[in-house]
Design a protein around this ligand. Structure first.
Ligand code: AMP
Length: 362
């Protein structure tokens, strides 16, 4: 049974609003949520996988640590009840979605979360992302319909959260076949993946991942930071002179290993805000109540100074880790120290003050 807004409203009706606990899975981008909760005066609970609690304890991240054998155990009805008993509000992030599971979040996990639990599926399915981009008039890489249609440099991607593993670049149908064979040999793809390949034009540009926060209370989209990804081995590969690259015969891979903060030219900011505004606007109509809280648009900026978007996160993205103590953009709006996690907690505090908790959770 799908969890409805009404189900969640019933849960928060019973909550002691003076004893809210900010809670998430200790992974991905949770550190600044825990720190932000402390800064805004909330009790904090970290759900840790057995043996993976050390960073969180060393950083004094939580008031309570719940240790589970595996993160999916949070779905256990008794565990959920424990979370509700501590008046828990969850902040979802990439690992939360991956480990708890989309279906469970939609149907079973009856604990309020800041954000829209029903839009998480939209970021995971390429056709839905395309629908959102088209409705919001956001430029995306041109899709190539089948390996035999490859007539320019293309990026070939595969479904599922693989962190870019198995992706490759090619410019011909023969190159496609050759690289599929190579990836299968490596064990990164299966022969059956050939049919699942998503092929799109290769956008030669710079990566800008934009971190927005949509406040349902003020009905505005804020720009809180931007990052670029460190990807292995492509970022290492390009440090070898071209001649040696050819000799080394290494295949580029796009596995994200970290992030670093960036700022865009100031003249690009109106485009960046317009994209965030339009995406939030269409999301509200297409997947109500829309993109509540953090979302991210991953783009390439071309030499025409145009952003081409290739992915979204409909929750807190990993790149938010680049501004645990604030970014140049969050500084402009809030002064020092505003991370994405803290911004969540600020929204929570304001919603509680205005008695509008139900407007920010699902
Ligand atoms: P994704 O898993 O879609 O985030 O892509 C992983 C990485 O592949 C990105 O961070 C980019 O470095 C690269 N990438 C993805 N799509 C494209 C594209 N259309 N053109 C060029 N590079 C891309």
């Amino acid at each position: 049974m799908v969890i409805t807004k009404d189900d969640i409203n019933q849960v928060i009706k019973k909550y002691d609003k003076k004893k809210i606990t900010v809670c998430t899975i200790a992974s991905h981008s949770s550190l600044h949520v825990f720190r932000g909760a402390k800064d805004e005066g909330f009790r904090r609970c970290a759900i840790c996988a057995k043996g993976r609690d050390i960073p969180y304890r060393r950083f004094d991240s939580a008031d309570e640590y719940l240790i589970v054998d595996k993160f999916a155990d949070v779905n256990d009805p008794k565990f959920q009840q424990h979370l509700r008993d501590m008046n828990a509000i969850i902040t979802p992030h990439g690992s939360f979605v991956a480990y708890v599971g989309l279906e469970k979040i939609e149907n079973d996990f009856l604990v309020p979360m800041i954000g829209n639990r029903n839009i998480l599926r939209w970021e995971a399915e390429r056709e839905r992302v395309t629908k959102l981009f088209e409705a919001a008039n956001i430029r995306k890489p041109q899709k190539i319909y089948g390996p035999d249609k490859i007539d320019r440099p293309c990026m070939v991607k595969f479904p599922g959260a693989r962190g870019g593993r198995g992706y490759f670049v090619t410019d011909s149908p023969a190159g496609f076949d050759e690289k599929i064979k190579l990836m299968v040999k490596k064990g990164w793809l299966e022969e059956a993946d050939r049919e699942r390949a998503h092929i799109e034009e290769y956008v030669a540009g710079d990566i800008y991942c934009m971190h927005y926060f949509y406040s349902p209370l003020t009905k505005t989209v804020e720009m809180l930071g931007m990052d670029r990804r460190h990807e292995a081995n492509i970022d290492g590969l390009v440090r070898i002179p071209a001649k040696d690259q050819i000799e080394a015969n290494l295949q580029p891979t796009y596995v994200v290993t970290g992030n670093f903060p960036v700022v865009a030219r100031e003249s690009l900011l109106d485009q960046a805000f317009a994209m965030g505004d339009r995406l939030a606007e269409v999301a509200e109509k297409m997947v109500p109540p829309g993109l509540l809280g953090a979302f991210c648009i991953q783009t390439m900026c071309t030499d025409n100074l145009e952003f081409v978007a290739f992915e979204i996160s409909a929750r807190q993205d990993g790149g938010t880790n680049t501004f645990m103590d604030g970014s140049p953009y969050s500084y402009l709006k809030y002064g020092p120290g505003m991370s994405m996690g803290r911004r969540y907690c600020l929204e929570l505090k304001e919603a509680l003050k205005q008695n509008r908790l139900e407007d920010i959770v699902t």
